[in-house]
Design a protein around this ligand. Structure first.
Ligand code: D5M
Ligand code: FE
Ligand code: ZN
Length: 538
């Protein structure tokens, strides 16, 4: 709720409409853009007393007058972004996140065995798929999709409505965890002894004596909550609390402070697992159009999924595959980062999707393909991201076995509830929480499930659309939580939920070299009759 950009504008007497805000928030350093914009507007002779409403057009004019590329322009090439490049390179690195063992020790993951299988050319090609298996009878359902649900007027009050909605949804979940008798914060101010509250974290920081102090608010007021460092377990838990998440607190009143004795997350009850009689394949971050897209490896994958590659046992798994889920970054896009055009083999967004249609079009039509967008796709960047727009991906839309869904979205694959999320918020989580990094996205996924929110931190790298409803709250616990974005495979099971990150088909990029990100390429997780197998296509 503590949004630095909006705060800066408000202080300068400027109201920002939603599209203008989204445009600014696309930049790696939106505060820098904000400060320059404010200086620009105020220098145009309008005093602080005039009410100024910053529109999209005003941002566009500012960007073009200052030779800053408009990152929201998709479908057209943009030139080099040398002005911003220095900011880009000096962005804080993931190296801030020191690996913290305690976070691993308390991870409570279920014990699982993963089969790693090197996909190889077969000498013996006498495998015949079992005929009784009817893959064409799909029971596919989209349970939650936000593609056509953008209701915001662009008014600032929508942000308030958005946070109220987030608070109410999460409060409802927390209340069920022995928190029904919580008090309104305004009542706590008067009360003594033990108190229970449910609030949104407006700010959390470490005091000079190394305690944690949080500002927590509900609709009635706000209060400071202290977590004493000698309460080791609680203190450790508090290190994973982030701004804008909603938590329950049990504590005792000391003056105007609450000293916390317990922190209650919305949490995840253990779910009943669902074992299917078919296979589901998960991929993401294909990055078609990029010079580093691993086409040979992807072609082998296609041959395998079609039953034309691998040993008889490997082909047998392929013959069971009914669904292929793609969690974003299908294409590399245009103008996503400075000088990207130098790393593209296809420099036009429509042609990138045409190529995607050619490749995905080779997949047998008896496999249903579900595609959600990522931050490289031609969809609106703010989350929830609507499905890949048809206007850029006409050829992909012509494939009859492809379903397009939003990011995030919840689908049912013959009853297997699958939450698909690209994973942009992982950047913010890795940057903010000690012990979390791109290499351990399983820990981030567990954290998001516990917080019951896809992207809890507002106003950082992950642009969030302030819809009237917060669609990023995880209302229903899925059987599978599938993500991508980090380009590093991971697989863990938590409270019965399969948490899968499907890596990438793109080799290391220049950007990833700077950040020392070592991608796992062509490693494809398959949930096959209840167990996880990873097929390597190198
Ligand atoms: O993301 C590719 C990889 O780069 C993935 O590991 C996340 C990382 N990444 C991308 N953007 C950022 C920012 N802004 N900060 C830190 N790390 C980042 P892709 O979405 O494919 O470009
Ligand atoms: Fe990616
Ligand atoms: Zn991505």
């Amino acid at each position: 709720m503590n949004n630095n950009i909006l705060h800066k504008f408000t202080e300068a007497g400027i109201l920002v409409n939603e599209t203008a805000y989204e445009k600014i928030n696309l930049y790696n350093d939106p505060i820098y853009i904000t400060s320059s914009l404010i200086a620009d507007i105020l220098s145009q002779g309008r005093g602080k007393k005039d009410l100024i409403v910053l529109s999209e057009e005003m941002v566009e004019s500012f960007l073009s007058r200052n030779n800053i590329p408009d990152l929201s322009l998709r479908g057209s090439e943009i030139g080099s972004i040398s002005d911003l490049e220095s900011d880009f390179e000096s962005a804080p690195t993931m190296e801030n996140s020191i690996t913290d063992n305690s976070i691993m020790e308390n991870s409570n993951f279920d014990e699982v065995k993963v089969d790693i299988i090197e996909a190889v050319e077969s000498q013996n090609n006498d495998f015949n798929p079992p005929l009784e298996f009817k893959k064409n009878e799909f029971n596919f359902e989209i349970l939650q999709d936000t593609s056509k649900q953008s209701y915001t007027s662009g008014d600032i009050k929508d942000l308030v409505t958005y946070f109220q909605n987030r608070y109410h949804k999460l409060k409802g979940i927390i209340e069920k965890r022995s928190m029904k008798d919580h008090l309104a914060i305004s009542d706590v101010l008067q009360s003594k002894d033990v108190v229970k509250i449910i609030g949104m974290v407006r700010d959390i920081r470490t005091t000079k004596n190394n305690h944690k102090i949080m500002e927590v608010e509900d609709e009635t007021g706000d209060i400071s909550v202290l977590i004493h460092n000698e309460n080791h377990q609680l203190f450790e838990k508090s290190e994973r609390i982030v701004r804008d998440e909603v938590i329950g607190i049990v504590g005792s009143k000391k003056g105007s402070l609450v000293i916390a004795s317990e922190i209650v997350h919305p949490g995840v009850p253990r779910i009943e697992e669902k074992v299917t009689d078919f296979g589901v394949v998960f991929i993401s971050d294909v990055h078609i159009g990029s010079a580093t897209f691993l086409e040979d490896s992807f072609n082998k994958f296609i041959q395998w999924i079609n039953g034309d590659f691998g040993t008889p046992t490997q082909m047998e798994v392929a013959s069971d595959v009914k669904y292929l889920v793609v969690a974003g970054d299908i294409v590399d896009g245009i103008g996503i980062y400075p000088n990207q055009d130098k790393e593209l083999t296809i420099k036009d967004i429509t042609q990138q999707y045409d190529e995607a249609a050619r490749l995905f079009g080779e997949i047998n039509r008896d496999i249903k393909i579900i595609i959600a967008p990522g931050n490289h796709d031609a969809s609106r960047i703010a989350e929830p991201q609507p499905a890949v727009p048809e206007e850029y991906a006409k050829s992909l839309y012509q494939l009859k076995n492809v379903e397009f869904v939003s990011n995030p979205s919840l689908v049912s694959l013959d009853g297997l509830k699958t939450l698909i999320y690209h994973g942009r918020s992982f950047d913010d989580m890795a940057m903010t929480v000690k012990g979390l990094s791109h290499e351990n996205s399983d820990l981030i996924m567990r954290e998001l499930l516990e917080k019951r929110h896809i992207a809890p931190i507002y106003g950082e790298r992950t642009a969030l659309a302030s819809e009237i409803e917060d669609h990023l709250v995880i209302d229903q616990i899925p059987h599978v939580f599938h993500t991508g974005h980090v380009h590093i495979n991971s697989y863990k099971k938590y409270k019965g939920v399969h948490m899968i990150n499907s890596g990438t088909f793109q080799s290391q990029t220049e950007f990833q070299k700077i950040y020392n990100i070592m991608p796992t390429c062509g490693e494809v997780p398959v949930l096959h009759k209840g167990s996880l197998k990873v097929f390597k296509f190198s």
